[in-house]
Design a protein around this ligand. Sequence first.
Ligand code: UD1
Length: 325
Amino acid sequence: MSTYLITGAAGFVGSALARTLVESGERVRGIDNFVTGNRENLDGLLGRMDFRQADLRDPDATALACEGIDCIFHQAALPSVPRSVLAPEPSHRSNVDGTFNLLEAARAAGVQRIIYAASSSAYGNQPGLPRTESMRPQPVSPYAVQKLTGEYYMSSYWQIYGLETISLRYFNIFGPHQAPNSPYSGVVAKFIRQMLTGVRPTIFGDGRQARDFTYIDNAVSANLLACHAPAEQVAGRVFNIACGAAHNLEDVYRALAHLTGFEGPPLYGPPRNGDVVNSLADITAAKAAFGYQPTVGFEDGLKRTVQWHREEVALAAAGDTASRR
Ligand code: UD1
Protein backbone atom coordinates (compact mmCIF):
# COMPACT_ATOMS: atom_id res chain seq x y z
CA MET A 1 0.00 0.00 0.00
CA SER A 2 1.35 3.44 -0.94
CA THR A 3 1.74 6.35 1.46
CA TYR A 4 0.86 9.78 0.10
CA LEU A 5 2.07 13.18 1.24
CA ILE A 6 -0.11 16.20 0.51
CA THR A 7 1.58 19.58 0.94
CA GLY A 8 -0.91 22.36 1.61
CA ALA A 9 -3.31 19.78 3.05
CA ALA A 10 -5.42 22.44 4.79
CA GLY A 11 -5.76 24.45 1.61
CA PHE A 12 -8.51 24.39 -0.96
CA VAL A 13 -7.16 21.78 -3.40
CA GLY A 14 -5.01 19.95 -0.84
CA SER A 15 -7.91 19.31 1.53
CA ALA A 16 -10.13 18.10 -1.32
CA LEU A 17 -7.44 15.60 -2.29
CA ALA A 18 -6.97 14.57 1.35
CA ARG A 19 -10.72 13.95 1.74
CA THR A 20 -10.86 11.82 -1.39
CA LEU A 21 -7.81 9.74 -0.49
CA VAL A 22 -8.78 9.27 3.17
CA GLU A 23 -12.31 8.26 2.19
CA SER A 24 -10.90 5.61 -0.17
CA GLY A 25 -8.94 4.14 2.73
CA GLU A 26 -5.51 5.36 1.58
CA ARG A 27 -2.62 6.15 3.90
CA VAL A 28 -2.22 9.92 3.89
CA ARG A 29 0.17 12.36 5.52
CA GLY A 30 -0.56 16.05 5.23
CA ILE A 31 1.41 19.16 6.04
CA ASP A 32 0.39 22.80 6.13
CA ASN A 33 1.81 25.98 7.67
CA PHE A 34 -1.64 27.62 7.98
CA VAL A 35 -0.52 30.82 6.29
CA THR A 36 -3.43 30.50 3.86
CA GLY A 37 -4.68 27.03 4.81
CA ASN A 38 -7.72 26.75 7.05
CA ARG A 39 -8.11 24.34 9.99
CA GLU A 40 -11.81 23.91 9.21
CA ASN A 41 -10.85 22.29 5.92
CA LEU A 42 -9.45 19.41 7.99
CA ASP A 43 -12.72 18.80 9.86
CA GLY A 44 -13.43 15.08 9.91
CA LEU A 45 -9.95 14.23 8.61
CA LEU A 46 -7.56 14.79 11.49
CA GLY A 47 -8.05 11.45 13.20
CA ARG A 48 -7.84 9.62 9.89
CA MET A 49 -4.57 10.98 8.52
CA ASP A 50 -1.12 11.83 9.80
CA PHE A 51 -1.31 15.63 9.86
CA ARG A 52 1.67 17.77 10.82
CA GLN A 53 1.99 21.52 10.97
CA ALA A 54 5.13 22.16 8.93
CA ASP A 55 6.53 24.73 6.54
CA LEU A 56 8.32 23.86 3.31
CA ARG A 57 10.66 26.79 3.88
CA ASP A 58 12.12 24.67 6.71
CA PRO A 59 14.33 21.99 5.10
CA ASP A 60 14.47 19.81 8.25
CA ALA A 61 10.69 19.72 8.69
CA THR A 62 10.33 19.01 4.97
CA ALA A 63 12.81 16.13 5.17
CA LEU A 64 10.84 14.58 8.06
CA ALA A 65 7.58 14.95 6.14
CA CYS A 66 9.00 13.03 3.17
CA GLU A 67 10.21 9.99 5.15
CA GLY A 68 8.46 6.80 4.04
CA ILE A 69 6.44 8.54 1.29
CA ASP A 70 5.81 7.03 -2.15
CA CYS A 71 3.97 9.84 -3.90
CA ILE A 72 3.64 13.57 -3.14
CA PHE A 73 0.82 15.87 -4.21
CA HIS A 74 2.53 19.25 -3.98
CA GLN A 75 -0.32 21.73 -3.52
CA ALA A 76 1.28 24.11 -1.03
CA ALA A 77 1.85 27.61 -2.35
CA LEU A 78 1.37 31.23 -1.44
CA PRO A 79 -1.17 31.94 -4.17
CA SER A 80 -2.42 35.00 -5.96
CA VAL A 81 -1.12 37.14 -8.77
CA PRO A 82 -1.88 40.46 -7.01
CA ARG A 83 -0.29 39.29 -3.75
CA SER A 84 2.91 38.52 -5.65
CA VAL A 85 2.77 41.91 -7.40
CA LEU A 86 2.39 43.72 -4.09
CA ALA A 87 5.09 41.72 -2.28
CA PRO A 88 7.06 39.30 -4.47
CA GLU A 89 9.53 38.15 -1.82
CA PRO A 90 7.24 36.12 0.51
CA SER A 91 5.64 34.29 -2.39
CA HIS A 92 9.06 33.65 -3.92
CA ARG A 93 10.23 32.11 -0.65
CA SER A 94 7.20 29.85 -0.39
CA ASN A 95 6.72 28.98 -4.03
CA VAL A 96 10.30 28.68 -5.28
CA ASP A 97 12.37 27.92 -2.17
CA GLY A 98 9.61 25.72 -0.71
CA THR A 99 9.33 23.70 -3.91
CA PHE A 100 13.10 23.33 -4.12
CA ASN A 101 13.31 22.13 -0.50
CA LEU A 102 10.58 19.59 -1.21
CA LEU A 103 12.37 18.23 -4.27
CA GLU A 104 15.59 17.88 -2.32
CA ALA A 105 13.84 16.16 0.58
CA ALA A 106 11.96 13.85 -1.81
CA ARG A 107 15.17 12.91 -3.59
CA ALA A 108 16.92 12.13 -0.30
CA ALA A 109 13.96 10.06 0.96
CA GLY A 110 13.64 8.05 -2.26
CA VAL A 111 10.12 9.25 -3.07
CA GLN A 112 8.97 7.83 -6.39
CA ARG A 113 6.64 10.50 -7.78
CA ILE A 114 5.66 14.15 -7.26
CA ILE A 115 2.60 15.75 -8.79
CA TYR A 116 2.99 19.51 -8.79
CA ALA A 117 0.27 22.17 -8.84
CA ALA A 118 1.48 24.36 -11.68
CA SER A 119 -0.43 27.36 -13.00
CA SER A 120 -2.03 28.49 -16.24
CA SER A 121 -0.52 31.90 -15.52
CA ALA A 122 2.66 30.53 -17.18
CA TYR A 123 1.17 31.31 -20.61
CA GLY A 124 0.85 35.04 -19.94
CA ASN A 125 -0.70 37.28 -22.58
CA GLN A 126 0.77 35.82 -25.75
CA PRO A 127 -1.52 35.46 -28.79
CA GLY A 128 -3.09 32.08 -29.51
CA LEU A 129 -6.01 30.36 -27.84
CA PRO A 130 -6.49 27.69 -26.67
CA ARG A 131 -3.23 27.34 -24.77
CA THR A 132 -1.28 24.20 -25.58
CA GLU A 133 1.62 22.89 -23.55
CA SER A 134 3.99 23.32 -26.52
CA MET A 135 3.62 27.13 -26.40
CA ARG A 136 6.60 29.00 -25.02
CA PRO A 137 5.75 30.25 -21.52
CA GLN A 138 5.57 34.02 -21.19
CA PRO A 139 4.87 34.64 -17.50
CA VAL A 140 3.95 38.19 -16.52
CA SER A 141 3.51 38.35 -12.73
CA PRO A 142 6.05 37.23 -10.11
CA TYR A 143 3.56 34.49 -9.16
CA ALA A 144 3.58 33.16 -12.72
CA VAL A 145 7.40 33.15 -12.79
CA GLN A 146 7.53 31.35 -9.44
CA LYS A 147 5.10 28.64 -10.52
CA LEU A 148 6.94 28.18 -13.81
CA THR A 149 10.26 27.91 -11.98
CA GLY A 150 8.76 25.01 -10.06
CA GLU A 151 7.86 23.31 -13.35
CA TYR A 152 11.41 23.63 -14.62
CA TYR A 153 12.74 22.18 -11.37
CA MET A 154 10.26 19.30 -11.67
CA SER A 155 11.41 18.52 -15.18
CA SER A 156 15.07 18.76 -14.17
CA TYR A 157 14.66 16.34 -11.25
CA TRP A 158 13.12 13.79 -13.60
CA GLN A 159 15.84 14.15 -16.20
CA ILE A 160 18.75 14.28 -13.78
CA TYR A 161 17.65 12.18 -10.80
CA GLY A 162 14.84 10.00 -12.20
CA LEU A 163 12.28 11.37 -9.72
CA GLU A 164 8.94 10.98 -11.54
CA THR A 165 7.63 14.53 -11.59
CA ILE A 166 4.42 15.71 -13.27
CA SER A 167 3.27 19.33 -13.52
CA LEU A 168 -0.45 19.97 -13.75
CA ARG A 169 -1.18 23.50 -14.95
CA TYR A 170 -4.40 24.36 -13.16
CA PHE A 171 -6.76 26.77 -14.89
CA ASN A 172 -8.65 28.78 -12.25
CA ILE A 173 -9.93 26.03 -9.99
CA PHE A 174 -13.05 26.86 -7.96
CA GLY A 175 -15.42 25.04 -5.63
CA PRO A 176 -16.39 24.44 -1.99
CA HIS A 177 -13.76 25.24 0.66
CA GLN A 178 -12.04 27.91 -1.43
CA ALA A 179 -11.49 30.87 0.92
CA PRO A 180 -13.85 33.73 0.06
CA ASN A 181 -12.84 36.50 2.43
CA SER A 182 -9.36 37.61 1.47
CA PRO A 183 -8.60 40.35 -1.06
CA TYR A 184 -6.60 37.58 -2.78
CA SER A 185 -9.45 35.07 -2.92
CA GLY A 186 -10.36 33.50 -6.25
CA VAL A 187 -13.03 35.51 -8.00
CA VAL A 188 -15.79 32.87 -7.90
CA ALA A 189 -15.58 32.32 -4.13
CA LYS A 190 -15.27 36.05 -3.52
CA PHE A 191 -18.25 37.04 -5.68
CA ILE A 192 -20.51 34.32 -4.28
CA ARG A 193 -19.80 35.25 -0.67
CA GLN A 194 -20.22 38.95 -1.42
CA MET A 195 -23.52 38.37 -3.20
CA LEU A 196 -24.88 36.14 -0.44
CA THR A 197 -24.00 38.73 2.20
CA GLY A 198 -25.35 41.71 0.27
CA VAL A 199 -22.00 43.20 -0.77
CA ARG A 200 -21.73 44.50 -4.33
CA PRO A 201 -18.77 42.82 -6.10
CA THR A 202 -16.17 44.78 -8.05
CA ILE A 203 -15.01 43.73 -11.50
CA PHE A 204 -11.43 44.79 -12.17
CA GLY A 205 -11.26 45.97 -15.79
CA ASP A 206 -14.06 45.81 -18.34
CA GLY A 207 -15.25 42.32 -17.38
CA ARG A 208 -14.39 40.87 -20.75
CA GLN A 209 -11.36 38.97 -19.44
CA ALA A 210 -12.09 35.26 -19.67
CA ARG A 211 -10.98 32.21 -17.73
CA ASP A 212 -11.29 28.46 -18.20
CA PHE A 213 -12.94 28.07 -14.77
CA THR A 214 -12.53 24.49 -13.56
CA TYR A 215 -14.47 22.79 -10.78
CA ILE A 216 -12.41 21.25 -7.98
CA ASP A 217 -13.50 17.63 -8.61
CA ASN A 218 -11.83 17.80 -12.02
CA ALA A 219 -8.54 18.86 -10.45
CA VAL A 220 -8.76 16.07 -7.87
CA SER A 221 -9.41 13.43 -10.51
CA ALA A 222 -6.54 14.77 -12.66
CA ASN A 223 -4.16 14.34 -9.71
CA LEU A 224 -5.29 10.77 -9.02
CA LEU A 225 -5.10 9.78 -12.67
CA ALA A 226 -1.64 11.31 -13.03
CA CYS A 227 -0.55 9.51 -9.89
CA HIS A 228 -1.42 6.11 -11.34
CA ALA A 229 -0.33 6.68 -14.96
CA PRO A 230 2.70 4.81 -16.32
CA ALA A 231 5.88 6.88 -15.91
CA GLU A 232 6.74 6.71 -19.60
CA GLN A 233 3.55 8.64 -20.39
CA VAL A 234 3.75 11.35 -17.75
CA ALA A 235 7.14 11.74 -16.07
CA GLY A 236 8.86 15.07 -16.65
CA ARG A 237 5.85 16.45 -18.50
CA VAL A 238 3.45 19.39 -18.14
CA PHE A 239 -0.33 19.10 -18.62
CA ASN A 240 -3.17 21.61 -18.78
CA ILE A 241 -5.97 20.81 -16.34
CA ALA A 242 -9.16 22.66 -17.25
CA CYS A 243 -12.54 22.19 -18.89
CA GLY A 244 -11.68 23.60 -22.31
CA ALA A 245 -14.29 26.40 -22.21
CA ALA A 246 -13.80 30.10 -21.41
CA HIS A 247 -16.24 32.35 -19.54
CA ASN A 248 -15.78 36.08 -19.19
CA LEU A 249 -16.32 37.87 -15.90
CA GLU A 250 -19.51 39.58 -17.04
CA ASP A 251 -21.00 36.13 -17.70
CA VAL A 252 -19.72 34.79 -14.39
CA TYR A 253 -21.27 37.75 -12.61
CA ARG A 254 -24.62 37.23 -14.32
CA ALA A 255 -24.66 33.49 -13.62
CA LEU A 256 -23.80 34.00 -9.95
CA ALA A 257 -26.31 36.82 -9.51
CA HIS A 258 -28.97 34.47 -10.88
CA LEU A 259 -27.94 31.57 -8.61
CA THR A 260 -27.64 33.68 -5.47
CA GLY A 261 -30.62 35.94 -6.15
CA PHE A 262 -28.38 39.02 -5.99
CA GLU A 263 -29.79 42.07 -7.71
CA GLY A 264 -27.90 45.01 -9.09
CA PRO A 265 -24.92 45.64 -11.31
CA PRO A 266 -21.28 45.22 -10.33
CA LEU A 267 -18.93 48.03 -9.42
CA TYR A 268 -15.98 48.48 -11.77
CA GLY A 269 -12.37 49.15 -10.80
CA PRO A 270 -9.11 49.49 -12.73
CA PRO A 271 -7.63 46.29 -14.22
CA ARG A 272 -5.23 44.46 -11.93
CA ASN A 273 -1.52 44.86 -12.63
CA GLY A 274 -0.14 41.54 -13.88
CA ASP A 275 -3.59 40.18 -14.82
CA VAL A 276 -3.85 37.81 -17.77
CA VAL A 277 -6.54 38.87 -20.25
CA ASN A 278 -7.71 35.59 -21.73
CA SER A 279 -7.16 32.05 -20.65
CA LEU A 280 -8.48 28.90 -22.30
CA ALA A 281 -6.92 25.44 -22.32
CA ASP A 282 -6.43 22.69 -24.81
CA ILE A 283 -6.79 19.57 -22.64
CA THR A 284 -5.92 16.99 -25.29
CA ALA A 285 -2.56 16.09 -23.77
CA ALA A 286 -3.98 15.16 -20.34
CA LYS A 287 -6.75 13.16 -22.01
CA ALA A 288 -4.26 11.22 -24.14
CA ALA A 289 -1.63 10.63 -21.44
CA PHE A 290 -3.81 9.63 -18.48
CA GLY A 291 -7.44 9.64 -19.53
CA TYR A 292 -8.32 12.96 -17.89
CA GLN A 293 -11.90 14.02 -18.57
CA PRO A 294 -13.67 16.90 -16.84
CA THR A 295 -16.69 15.40 -15.11
CA VAL A 296 -18.28 18.52 -13.58
CA GLY A 297 -18.89 21.41 -15.95
CA PHE A 298 -18.91 25.13 -15.23
CA GLU A 299 -22.65 25.65 -14.56
CA ASP A 300 -22.99 22.55 -12.41
CA GLY A 301 -19.83 23.54 -10.55
CA LEU A 302 -21.20 27.02 -9.86
CA LYS A 303 -24.44 25.53 -8.51
CA ARG A 304 -22.59 23.20 -6.15
CA THR A 305 -20.32 26.01 -5.00
CA VAL A 306 -23.18 28.43 -4.35
CA GLN A 307 -24.95 25.71 -2.37
CA TRP A 308 -21.88 25.18 -0.18
CA HIS A 309 -21.53 28.92 0.46
CA ARG A 310 -25.23 29.17 1.33
CA GLU A 311 -24.72 26.51 3.99
CA GLU A 312 -21.62 28.26 5.34
CA VAL A 313 -23.41 31.60 5.54
CA ALA A 314 -26.38 29.94 7.28
CA LEU A 315 -24.07 28.21 9.77
CA ALA A 316 -22.29 31.49 10.52
CA ALA A 317 -25.64 33.24 11.02
CA ALA A 318 -26.84 30.44 13.34
CA GLY A 319 -23.58 30.74 15.31
CA ASP A 320 -24.14 34.48 15.67
CA THR A 321 -27.69 33.97 16.85
CA ALA A 322 -26.56 31.33 19.36
CA SER A 323 -23.81 33.56 20.72
CA ARG A 324 -26.27 36.44 21.22
CA ARG A 325 -28.63 34.28 23.29
C1 UD1 B 1 -4.34 33.05 -11.55
C2 UD1 B 1 -4.16 31.85 -12.48
C3 UD1 B 1 -4.77 30.61 -11.81
C4 UD1 B 1 -4.18 30.41 -10.42
C5 UD1 B 1 -4.43 31.66 -9.58
C6 UD1 B 1 -3.78 31.54 -8.20
C7 UD1 B 1 -4.33 32.87 -14.71
C8 UD1 B 1 -5.06 32.91 -15.98
N1 UD1 B 1 -4.84 32.09 -13.74
O1 UD1 B 1 -5.71 33.27 -11.43
O2 UD1 B 1 -4.51 29.48 -12.61
O3 UD1 B 1 -4.81 29.34 -9.82
O4 UD1 B 1 -3.83 32.78 -10.25
O5 UD1 B 1 -4.07 32.65 -7.42
O6 UD1 B 1 -3.29 33.48 -14.56
N2 UD1 B 1 -11.30 39.78 -10.29
C9 UD1 B 1 -12.25 40.78 -10.23
N3 UD1 B 1 -12.74 41.11 -8.99
C10 UD1 B 1 -12.32 40.51 -7.84
C11 UD1 B 1 -11.34 39.48 -7.92
C12 UD1 B 1 -10.85 39.15 -9.18
O7 UD1 B 1 -12.65 41.36 -11.24
O8 UD1 B 1 -12.81 40.90 -6.76
C13 UD1 B 1 -10.78 39.41 -11.62
C14 UD1 B 1 -9.27 39.43 -11.74
O9 UD1 B 1 -8.79 40.72 -12.04
C15 UD1 B 1 -9.04 38.42 -12.88
C16 UD1 B 1 -10.19 37.42 -12.69
O10 UD1 B 1 -11.15 38.07 -11.86
O11 UD1 B 1 -9.16 39.05 -14.12
C17 UD1 B 1 -9.76 36.14 -12.02
O12 UD1 B 1 -9.04 36.49 -10.84
P1 UD1 B 1 -8.61 35.39 -9.77
O13 UD1 B 1 -9.76 34.56 -9.40
O14 UD1 B 1 -7.88 36.11 -8.68
O15 UD1 B 1 -7.64 34.44 -10.54
P2 UD1 B 1 -6.42 34.70 -11.61
O16 UD1 B 1 -5.53 35.79 -11.15
O17 UD1 B 1 -6.98 34.73 -12.98
